[in-house]
Design a binder for this molecule. Structure first.
Ligand code: CP3
Length: 348
């Protein structure tokens, strides 16, 4: 099977071509959290249903995933789900609390908790397979991006019991009980790889590994405690030929290490300009990003200038996928996103 570096059929989508270092006339554009609360049609569908129930309903997954494609004409769909879905599927007690995020009923504390992290099989997530297949049919030529949470970011939720600003318990476990930490991240890597493989087998065109909170770590700690596990997720997937995007927030110091973990594309937040990110990543790198989500609330003239700057700086890389530096804020005016897509498409 061909590797992403070799593959660039002219029939491939703009997203896959950019991801494999064969850019088209303009950067493909999609937005993290494009399916979500910024859309009134999303809020209407979700009004009477808990987040995790929606994530297990193939009809709802399909409809919510399609909403931003119809509205904004983005160049990729992102599968509607959540990073905790595979953990819920193997039986962990997790809720997604509106305005807070994932909350765990029992924190991960000791060896005994490892037994709860059993392997995930395709039979645990039939709704994922069903929804991916339906979407691939509905989307036609628009590529579908599958995703999963990276071992470190998932571990942070399990160890902290919920969202954390300082990741103090997580870092204490990592440094204080490195063997237990290694076992925890091994288990999470096996689950994550299996969850991505289910999506790839069902037909996604690309995958994104979200290590959203990895930017909390020094480069030395990232390389020692995290990188080997993210690599064990990403490297085996190279053989599938499906491009792998690796993203985190505040990861300016980690970009080269995140690429080394086995990524075809590295996501960059707004703190590092894309030309500087390309320099840090080294020759042949493909970047994704990196408009500051806060700019979405500025007057259009400011948004336009910033979009043009991001596209211009992205030309320093071997490929560029236009995105925000993090997710769409819920209060965003969706018309601004539609205008950004139109603008990027006009910048050939
Ligand atoms: O459009 C898309 O990007 C696809 C859907 C998607 C969701 N979660 C839907 C969602 C994706 C890719 C995720 C990933 C995810 N989930 C991450 C990594 C991305 C990132 O933001 O860094 C993380 C850290 C989570 C954990 C999580 N789930 C958080 C922090 C929240 C927000 C809590 C809140 O209410 O503010 C969630 C819930 C969630 N996941 C929502 C959506 C649309 C909002 C819940 C709702 O609509 O009720």
């Amino acid at each position: 099977m061909s590797t992403p570096e070799q593959a660039a059929p002219s029939s491939a989508s703009l997203l896959v071509r950019a991801a494999t270092g064969h850019p088209g006339p303009y950067p493909p554009v999609w937005f993290m959290r494009q399916a979500g609360r910024s859309l009134p049609e999303y809020r209407a569908l979700r009004a009477n249903q808990a987040m995790l129930d929606a994530c297990r309903d193939p009809g709802l997954i399909t409809e919510i995933t399609l909403q931003p494609v119809r509205r904004h004409h983005v160049d990729a769909a992102i599968f509607f789900s959540d990073i905790v879905v595979p953990l819920v599927a193997i039986g962990l007690g997790i809720d997604i609390v509106p305005g807070t995020g994932p909350v765990i009923d029992r924190r991960f504390e000791s060896e005994a908790d490892l037994d709860r992290l059993r392997e995930l099989t395709p039979d645990d997530v039939p709704y994922i397979t069903e929804a991916v297949k339906a979407l691939v049919g509905e989307l036609g030529g628009t590529p579908l991006i599958g995703f999963a949470g990276a071992p470190f970011t998932l571990a942070s939720y399990l160890v902290e019991g919920g969202p954390s600003k300082d990741h103090a318990r997580t870092k204490a476990l990592m440094h204080g009980r490195p063997v237990l930490w290694g076992s925890l991240l091994n288990r999470l890597a096996v689950i994550t790889r299996a969850f991505l493989q289910v999506q790839i087998d069902a037909g996604v065109a690309a995958i994104q590994l979200f290590d959203s909170w990895a930017g909390a770590l020094s480069r030395a700690d990232y390389e020692r405690f995290v990188l080997p596990h993210s690599r064990s997720v990403l490297e085996p997937l190279a053989a599938t030929g499906v491009p792998r995007i690796h993203f985190g927030v505040g990861t300016g110091e980690l970009l080269a290490s995140m690429r080394a973990a086995g990524a075809d594309v590295v996501g960059v937040d707004w703190r590092v300009p894309l030309d500087e990110a390309a320099r840090r990543l080294g020759p042949g790198a493909v970047v994704q990003g990196n408009l500051d989500p806060a700019i979405l609330f500025a007057p259009w003239g400011v948004v336009e200038a910033e979009v043009r700057r991001v596209v211009e700086q992205g030309r320093a890389a071997s490929g560029h996928i236009f995105n925000l530096g993090h997710g769409v804020p819920p209060e965003t005016d969706p018309d601004v996103l539609t205008r950004i897509v139109e603008l990027v498409h006009s910048l050939s």
